[in-house]
Ligand binder design. Sequence first.
Ligand code: F6R
Length: 592
Amino acid sequence: MCGIVGCILKDKKAAPILLECVTKLEYRGYDSVGIATPDSEIHIKKDQGKIKDVNKKIGLSNLPGDMGIAHVRWATHGIPTKENSHPHTDCSGNIAVVHNGIIENYKEIKDALIEEGHVFKSETDTEVIPHLIEKFMAQGLDLESAIRDTLDMIHGSYAIAAMAAAEPGKIVGAKKDSPLIVGKGIDEYFVASDAPAILNHTNNIIYLEDGEMVILERSGVTVKNMLGEVIKKEIHVLDWTPEMAEKGGFDHFMIKEIHEQGESVRNTLMEAADIEKVVNELPDIERISFVACGTSYHASLIGKYLFESLMGVPTDVILASEFKYSAPALNDKTLVIFISQSGETADTLKALRLAKESAETLAIVNVLGSAATREAHHVIFTRAGPEIGVAATKTYVSQLTCIYILVSYMSNRMDLLEELHKVPQYMEDILADEDHIKEIASRYKDSQDFFFIGRGFSYPTALEGALKLKEITYIHGEGYAAGELKHGPLALIDDGVPVVAVVPPGISHDKTLSNVEEVRARGARVIGLGSHEDKLLKSEADDVIGINESVNELISPISYIVPLQLLSYYISVEKGIDPDKPKNLAKCVTVE
Ligand code: F6R
């Protein structure tokens, strides 16, 4: 996830305004920033680092001209460096492009272009775009047609803004699977990753759809399809406040990130080919150990259930902080998988350094260039984009997606991979039921204790649901394997104690329902998560959150966590807590 902006202004310098706009997109990425403005040639200032530090160092707004493009980066291909920062240019430096998304087939294109004599300066996937545009413009096409031909060649997701010194006064934008909006002011025109970035300048917004292009010129904006035909678009007049704008219209980053989970799963699925490559590089493995903390530990538990049930590979899961006390006997037939959204968690890094001495290591990480990615033998990236809310949400579902892809390739279960592609839609269906979950939250918000129960694949979901509750509502929440209740915790179930039961269709369904009956008999109020069609659950639970009936037990963890995140989020809001910054917690824990 990166942020892009472009503008054509009237009688104003563009660079300071591009800097202001791109700063509003810092939630989309913060490892590098760059601006390009043209006069007779294209001028670029860019570097790695946070916007304010880079600006202090190189004076980003000190560029000539009344138009330009800008970018804030969240590295996906190539670590954060000046060379990998956007805008990227062609060989001559006369075409500049900013891009948000992932170009899946960039390697083949890059190899072919190098063969034809193009010289690349970065390790990014993006750089193929200006070189392709250069190639097509050299064949006589104008910028717009050259971009159309370029987009025909690339697979993956993109939102781009591009300009060429040969066509002054023009910026071309286009999108597929990444957001891009157009702002139409008075004699001033914008493109941006989202409307809040440009709200200080105009609130007249056009939302582009996939397969649409926009051409900004001094005379106005034109939207076209990929055949070059003009499309008439509606202009939306937004009435957002600046705070709403910063969070894309949501009240908190956490709820925004919960809503971004479908996109995170889709982006992570685009990583499948790279994950397959990692699988092909792995030596023969006889045993797997997962090592992680917190939410990443819960993702690891799902990994254990998957590897053991689908492949029969003995798998254990170790809390990173316990690794040095209880590490299993490691050898070169053991694969130790480290899961960490930040890649900087001290406990996880310590364990990684220990494990590396005797075993093969693989890190599943969201932050490119982080310590774990530099130190592990193999690396897989989750493509959740930056997560600002302290409580992990979209990084968790991306971690799960990676684990499912990994196990699909290792066990040759391509049906599982196919099933994963349906998950974003399941998530969207759950989000459509948000008001119902909000209403449940308001009825249960004063409870002192919650229990979360599930069996098999739903047990880690119960643990993660309880962790979310503790973190952001400060209510005591316990996650239990449903069958374990009767071995002790049942003593705590009294009149009115909420029990959240995770009961997807599958082999654990009937047994978990028996446990639901046990808690009901002791006065518990039951919130059931299960299939829309589950009549038995409906008859047992006080409240039911219904999920698409096709989501079976095996695939359920990625979707079933969404209602639990929403439940905690809305209880937190009802209690007047800031869910983005829970007390005593930090986004990245760099101490042991
Ligand atoms: C929970 C949460 C933490 C992290 C844990 C590990 O919402 O965010 O429990 O999961 O601190 O962090 P990473 O994944 O960065 O190693």
